[in-house]
Design a protein around this ligand. Structure first.
Ligand code: IMP
Ligand code: MG
Length: 178
């Protein structure tokens, strides 16, 4: 697996430091709130596991799964709910935890359907942000790193469902994408 990596963008140490920093900020902002972290499967699962432990205020967690990508590196244009939240979110201060904000299509859709369920507030925390590719109005309230327009893998992010278990974030060699 390591042989497929062209270069490392963010090391384990850099990711850890960033998660700590975000966790601190979130803990400060949600001191007197009713925080529920919503992780969007599967890409954000590694980030979720780390960020929830960097948050020092009480919170609940829930998961949802949507599909917007096939095995390609471009959006298929459709977003489908595969798994909905287990819990009612009315009265909660929701923080959606995402791996990467790319076109923004996925998150705009998720935010819209969750908003209709009347949470007290709703914000977005993304580890990575690719602002060059944005084609919807969504902005991240908390964001780890701005990445250039390259397809990245690792730390939860996949290419054709693989490489999620890399502990760092990097780009694959060109021949792998073909
Ligand atoms: P969006 O709807 O275009 O913002 O797509 C967001 C989703 O696409 C993310 O949650 C990822 O699952 C996937 N995605 C976008 N860019 C990348 C990437 O560089 N590597 C891996 N997955 C990506
Ligand atoms: Mg994702």
């Amino acid at each position: 697996m390591l042989n497929d990596i062209e270069k490392i963008f963010y090391s384990q140490e850099q990711l850890q430091a960033k998660v700590e920093e975000l966790g601190k900020k979130i803990s400060e902002d949600y001191k007197d709130k009713n925080l529920m972290l919503v992780s969007v499967l599967k890409g954000s699962v590694v980030f979720m596991a780390d960020i929830m432990r960097a948050i020092t205020v009480p919170c609940e967690i829930d998961f949802m799964a949507v599909s917007s990508y096939g095995n390609k590196t471009n959006s298929s244009g459709t977003v489908r709910i595969i798994k909905d939240l287990d819990r009612d979110i009315e009265g909660y201060d929701l923080l959606i935890v995402e791996d990467i904000l790319d076109s923004g299509k996925t998150l705009s859709y998720i935010k819209e359907i969750l908003m209709a369920r009347k949470p007290r507030s709703i914000r977005v925390c993304t580890l990575l942000d690719k602002p060059d590719r944005r084609n919807s109005e969504i902005v991240a309230d908390y964001s780890g790193f701005e990445v250039p327009n390259e397809f990245v893998v690792g730390y939860g992010l996949d290419f054709a469902q693989k490489y999620r278990n890399l502990p760092f974030i990097g780009v694959l060699k060109e021949e792998i994408y073909k």
